[in-house]
Ligand binder design. Structure first.
Ligand code: DAT
Length: 180
């Protein structure tokens, strides 16, 4: 039995995940603006709250203290209204999310975006491989119920707007299905 009493959320929580460079921040920023939900950039929150354990020299990125981070986010997640933005998704509690959007990109686009961000060598190759082998999509499918995982692409402005529309419709439907 969990020590945390469940609260019925009045606003849903959404997870936006995918390989770095697929367009998560771009989508989340816009979505947060339109829905007035809270955009939680996990990488930034981890830094601001001292939730980094060590630095991975191979991948040139910090390793999260996941337990500390989850404990710190529990309260805010219980009340809902959050858009969580992170390039991994398996360590979050399943009960936190009402929808999981996995952003996908083609190799050429992702390569250009990551190059422009200064990624190179192994870090660049590994992130491209991660996308080719749909690592995050598989992670999402094995961590969350099939019906709440949605695969989307956001390569162009037009697709960005289509995705925003689609997610806003999903949010509207969620409110209809969860009357207060
Ligand atoms: P992520 O947060 O997944 O790392 P991002 O939002 O920072 O990705 O986007 C990476 C780059 O791609 C950035 O330069 C903006 C661009 N981009 C993202 N989504 C886009 C879209 N739908 N149309 C055009 N450019 C986009």
């Amino acid at each position: 039995a969990s020590a945390v009493p469940e609260i019925k959320r009045e606003v849903p929580n959404i997870l936006v995940t995918g390989t770095p460079g697929v367009g998560k921040s771009t989508l989340c920023a816009k979505l947060a603006e339109i829905t007035e939900m809270r955009w939680l950039e996990i990488s930034k929150i981890a830094i601001e709250n001292g939730c980094l354990e060590e630095y991975d020299e191979v991948y040139k990125c910090p390793v999260l203290d996941e337990d500390k981070l989850m404990d710190g986010l529990e309260e805010i997640m219980r009340h809902g209204g959050n858009i969580v933005d992170y390039h991994s998704c398996e360590f979050f509690p399943e009960r936190w999310f009402d929808a999981v959007y996995v952003l996908r990109a083609d190799t050429a686009t992702l390569y250009d975006r990551l190059k422009a961000r200064g990624y190179e060598g192994k870090k660049l190759e590994d992130n491209i491989d991660c996308e080719i082998f749909q690592v995050i999509l598989e992670e999402a499918k094995s961590s969350y119920k099939e019906g709440i995982v949605f695969e989307i692409t956001s390569l162009t402005e037009a697709q960005l707007h289509e995705n925003i529309e689609k997610i806003c419709l999903w949010v509207q439907k969620w409110f209809q299905d969860h009357p207060t």
